[in-house]
Design a protein around this ligand. Structure first.
Ligand SMILES: *[C@@H]1O[C@H](CO)[C@@H](O)[C@H](O)[C@H]1NC(C)=O
Length: 456
């Protein structure tokens, strides 16, 4: 009997070991075409110059937008006692829409956006827009920093952070030159004409953009979809990306998910008990994800359908986008009218809406969800990277992944900080804290590179 039991236990141990090694295996990097064409039709030779660009909210657009907002049909009132539990609160929405028509100063906001130098250049068939700001000081080490936003944002999300990064501060012997790009199909960057433009291939575009600007090696800060793009870049170009700072670092390796489940048996053992409630119990996590991820399913499957209404109605666009911005800023406030939006300056939110409306990029940006995890991207997801990585965890970030999971993907996490406030749009909500953390994270990355005799 004992013998049978021993054999059984041994078999289970071998099977478990085999299964875990199988999950830990890292696949080969697939062949990626670094010049893949996303423009219309056949590949052509393009003007590769870098052209200055200014944002313009013109009178025709403003008049049309205001007339649509004013002539909207009456909004349906929320049920008695309901705040944001059923989605966007229409009483709150009405106030914001009225401010958009009456208080929002389109020209002044455009001027403000244009205070940062903007450019466009064509990469792989698409017109890519970016902000580029050189530091105000000289004689200090300058780190080129590519900043990548997510949905439904644009480089505008970093407007308040950029000046803090390009200014030298005491205690640091470096400063940043910032390149904040709009992802293709977002903000003022052209959307793809062909299917298949996942975060992986956007990463190739962003790397080619940086080369165009003369940066063969650089650092990245990113959140949301930008962090998906950046993560692929650290995996495909580990010698070109010198360091990565993220507000939403994610490992998508199957092995990490196995650990997530196993960790739920002993959460206080696998994580600092102070932060356990950001992940466990998994039942809370999954009910929150289920409650808030309907948009993701729609956008991953039928972006063009939902896009029709959002393209035609600024009120519909505002409701759809603001509901998500609110909840991602503070998911615990669906029992309020503003659903978390109160933590942000309303003008920032209206900038986001105006940019989405002006360039009509709601469909092209939502399509990224449908392209997000194609086969090649999934394979790259499962390959770890050695690029030194810094992680900041704001309280209400949409997804929190503990370091013991993240290390499956990012083998060299050199900085990890926690805030008990702040949400998904940290650049808008807590720009100072975000800039502080980028400096701290990059200092740790530089220290790591020096200690390991890596270049730069
Ligand atoms: C005004 O801006 C819109 C973009 O929202 C553009 O489609 C249109 O061509 C512009 N009109 C003029 C007269 O510049």
């Amino acid at each position: 009997m004992l013998k049978v039991l021993t054999i059984l236990v041994a078999l289970i141990a071998i099977a478990t070991y085999g299964f875990i090694s199988y999950l830990q295996r890292s696949p080969e990097l697939p062949k990626i075409d670094y010049e893949r064409w996303w423009g219309k039709g056949q590949k052509v030779d393009e003007d590769e110059s870098v052209r200055p660009f200014k944002i313009e909210f013109n009178d025709t657009m403003i008049a049309d937008l205001k007339s649509r907002l004013k002539n909207r049909r009456p909004l349906t009132k929320p049920l008695e006692g309901i705040k944001s539990e059923y989605g966007m609160n229409t009483i709150y929405l009405e106030k914001v829409l009225n401010n958009w028509v009456e208080k929002y100063d389109f020209k002044e906001r455009a001027n403000r956006l244009n205070q940062l130098p903007r450019y466009k250049t064509r990469v792989q068939g698409l017109d890519i827009h970016f902000i580029r700001v050189k530091p105000k000081v000289q004689g200090v080490k300058t780190l080129p920093l590519l900043m990548l936003h997510g949905w439904p944002s644009s480089s505008k999300e970093f407007q308040k952070v950029i000046p803090l990064l390009t200014t030298q501060r005491t205690g640091y012997d470096f400063v940043f030159e910032v390149i904040a790009a709009d992802l293709p199909g977002f903000g003022f960057s052209e959307g793809t004409n062909k299917p298949g433009l996942s975060g992986l291939h956007i990463g190739v575009i962003m790397r080619n953009l940086m080369r165009r600007l003369g940066f063969n090696q650089f650092y990245i800060h990113a959140g949301d979809w930008g962090s998906n793009v950046a993560t692929h870049m650290t995996t495909v170009f580990p010698d070109e990306i010198l360091g990565y700072h993220s507000t939403m670092a994610i490992t998508s390796r199957p092995y990490s998910y196995l650990k997530l489940f196993l960790g739920s048996l002993v959460p206080n053992f696998v994580m600092d008990p102070k932060y356990v409630n950001r992940v466990y119990p998994l039942s809370d996590l999954f009910s929150y994800l289920l409650r808030e991820s309907g948009y993701m399913h729609i956008q991953s499957t039928k972006p063009d359908t939902i896009g029709v209404g959002l393209t035609d109605s600024p009120a519909g666009l505002a409701a759809y986008v603001m509901e998500k911005i609110g909840v991602c800023t503070n998911r615990d406030q669906t029992n309020t009218e503003h659903s978390g939006l109160a933590a942000l300056e309303q003008e920032d939110v209206l900038d986001t809406l105006t940019i989405l409306w002006n360039t009509n990029c709601i469909v092209t940006s939502t399509r990224l969800y449908a392209e997000g995890s194609n086969k090649e991207a999934k394979i790259v997801d499962n390959i770890p990277t050695k690029v030194p990585t810094a992680v900041v965890n704001f309280r209400y970030e949409v997804v929190h992944m503990p370091v013991w999971m993240l290390r499956d993907k990012f083998q060299n996490i050199v900085h990890c900080s926690f805030y008990d406030y702040g949400g998904h749009f940290a650049g808008l909500e807590v720009p100072k804290e975000l800039a502080d953390d980028i400096f701290k994270g990059m200092a740790a990355i530089l220290e790591y590179r020096k200690r390991n005799s890596l270049n730069f």
